[in-house]
Design a protein around this ligand. Structure first.
Ligand code: TMP
Length: 221
């Protein structure tokens, strides 16, 4: 693949990939990693919850199907705890070094899962997020949007604690994501993720190119 000049516009930018379980996010992340390599673009990919030794232990607690009794406030705070560590230990240093950083889920997931679907107030989640991330909000949230039936069909039958919450919950997750993208369209790129991985990836690159063309350059570090 030949390098395209706009890919340099992603240096020093912080992207979050968001979407319901079964949206095909992981496939798109792998494709973007291969593409970034072909472009000579330094890209750090991290996942949430997790991404650090502490965060991976928090992830195990969060996703363990045995923890059925976990309440939504505890859940939200654990996601934020993992996030706080990830921002300070990995995301900030990489951005300072001029890498593009891609987080597989970030605050957008908490707003959709613990907020829109779980019932916590958006303002409360934002207030806790501000403490956890110290103002390091993503430059862009990419939402891989897919209807709940298609998404559920794509899931591995061995569901984790969050995936097992049922289709009504997951429908509210999707609606929450879409509502957030409508509320703040400049900071969101919505990609129709119901199609084939190659079609989705083509749209993703087109959307990123259009977004980078609207940006002013990152301040030199
Ligand atoms: P994943 O790594 O397969 O995307 O799984 C993470 C699960 O945790 C997924 O079901 C979404 C959920 N989640 C939340 O409920 N809130 C959050 O803040 C994050 C980051 C993930």
């Amino acid at each position: 693949m030949t390098a395209t000049p706009w890919s340099a516009g992603l240096r020093g930018r912080f992207l979050a990939f968001e979407g319901p379980d079964g949206s095909g996010k992981s496939t798109q992340i792998a494709k973007l990693q291969a593409w970034a390599e072909s472009q000579g673009l330094p890209l750090l990919v991290v996942r949430e919850p997790g991404g650090t030794p502490i965060g991976e232990r928090v992830r195990d607690i969060l996703l363990d199907p045995a923890h059925e009794e976990m309440n939504v406030r505890c859940e939200m705070l654990l996601y934020m705890a993992s996030r706080a560590q990830l921002v300070q230990e990995r995301i900030e240093p990489a951005l300072r070094a001029g890498s593009c950083v891609l987080s597989d889920r970030f605050v957008g997931s908490t707003l959709a899962y613990q907020g829109a679907a779980g019932g916590l107030l958006e303002a409360d989640i934002r207030a806790v997020a501000q403490v956890a991330i110290g103002g390091r909000w993503p430059d862009l949230d990419v939402l891989f949007d897919v209807d709940t039936e298609t998404a559920m069909r794509r899931l591995n039958p061995l569901l984790d604690r969050m995936e097992s919450k049922g289709s009504a919950f997951h429908r509210r997750v999707r609606e929450g994501y879409l509502a957030e993208s409508r509320r703040d369209p400049k900071r969101h790129l919505v990609v129709d993720a119901s199609r084939t991985p190659d079609e989705v990836f083509t749209d993703l690159l087109k959307g990123l190119e259009a977004w980078t063309s609207r940006l002013s350059p990152v301040a030199a570090c």
